[in-house]
Design a protein around this ligand. Sequence first.
Ligand code: SAH
Length: 389
Amino acid sequence: MNEINACPYSKKCGGCMYSGVSYGEQLDIKNGLVRKYLGPVAKENGIKPEPVAGAADPLYYRNKVHSVFARTKKGQIVRGIYRRDSHEVIPVSGCLLENKKADAIIEKIKRLVPSFKYRIFDEDNGTGWLRHVLVRTGTCGGKEEIMVILVTSEVPFPGKNNFVKALRSAFPEITTIVQNINAKRTSMVLGERNIVVYGKGFIEDDSLGLRFRISPGSFFQINGPQTKKLYGLALEFAQLTGSETVLDAYCGTGTIGMFMSAGAKRVIGVELNPDAVRDARDNAKRNGIGNIEFICADATKYMLGDMPAGIDVLCMDPPRSGSTPEFIKAAAGLGIGRIVYVSCNPETLARDLKLFMKQGYRVKRLSPVDMFPLTDNLECCALLEIGRK
Ligand code: SAH
């Protein structure tokens, strides 16, 4: 099943762990990780973790592709990625994870650069113009949408119109081009200012069933088909009947809560990052969802403080470090009957599930999803219920 060629850059790049490993073997390895981290918890609850849900296509899934531009000592233009923890650029083209068209667009830009005489940014002395190229892809109404973001050190964009023409005649699918200004000496890719060069300045994606606006800096899941599977599980586990109040903790841009809103009476999303909260509110409005609200707060503090009573279902999707013992105790103290835990780290998931068990919860299901084939990341959706055997 799905033989995968070894990537020539994999040793230097470190982006994919399983270059050259067939997809079947990758899933075996991940099932092994699930057994290792979650096996004991499953056993205690008298269940078995479900097999890892694999991707129909494990290659070229990233809808967000980034290349840093640099010159070699000999003056050759290269584009690629930073070596881990360094500023050395490893030339990479044809990455196995990245959307193929996005990769081809970046390659084309690399070929256009000399004819437009664009100066490549030099990180050591802070001179030059073109720093990074980012391409984000989506689909809306069955049509492809592609955003190209050129990160440059300053605003003047010589030959702008001709550049747009040249790029768009090679790739008419490009729907928008944005220039992002980043003059700082920083490892952050994007600066604060965006200038729309062509099109509307953002793309839209409705492939998950709702319509999301993706701006240059906004968060969006990078593997659409697998995200659909994961959110589908979260929705299934929530078992909504229309009368529930749902708390979506660590809600990011609000996607999970928005998918749940159609089946619930009311959804409250809690998120620490104010930019994500702004995007979440915006997305809810765009989709005409009236029964969801978003609170910008630390999830634990909110749980211990201002949270209204009467939460029927808690959905939580914390960062890799997991949740806190206080959060877990508070959820139990409020008598929340059903909890859907979406996790990107089986180790902290196991730790937190044990804390929930101490509070009287039983783990009913454990469903892992391979969101990031070729890498060692593993997502898992868990269902907990209070008291029931
Ligand atoms: N489900 C979300 C992604 C969640 S990622 C989505 O699909 O968009 C985890 C989120 O937890 C991030 O958005 C991060 O900003 C947020 N976060 C981290 N620590 C937090 C805390 N203490 N309280 C609330 N949110 C937190």
